[in-house]
Design a protein around this ligand. Sequence first.
Ligand code: ZN
Length: 148
Amino acid sequence: MSVDELYREVILDHFQNPRNKGHLKTCDFHEKGENPLCGDSIDLYFIFDNDIIKDIKFEGNGCSISQASVSMMTEAIKGKPIKEIKAIIELFKEMMLEDKINPFKDNFDLEDLGALEGVKNYPVRIKCALLAWNTLSELFKKIAEKKP
Ligand code: ZN
């Protein structure tokens, strides 16, 4: 199996068997994200324990890239502190928007994220891959603004 095929399998697996999909009845934060260009939409629900994302769930509709990406993101950030998550967001955006090669390769915990690197070759789909991550950044911005 080539690397491309392997990555396609990882994306398909997250699309067909999404991680952390569902609703949190009581949550600390809810953030909605949309990508009208493709018709993707997601809702993220968070439970925080101080600065750690204790639980996260998502609901969503859209293309396989956007839905696989949000599934991967929830898996990558659950149980981690905001500071660490911000660093992961940066690495992911650099991989998708700059010439940086897959920084997640030897990171067992975040390995799946690297499967989206190939999306770079399809510029119209980059927004699909980034939707979940931009929505998360938006939430962090709001949280930071609320703090004195
Ligand atoms: Zn899309």
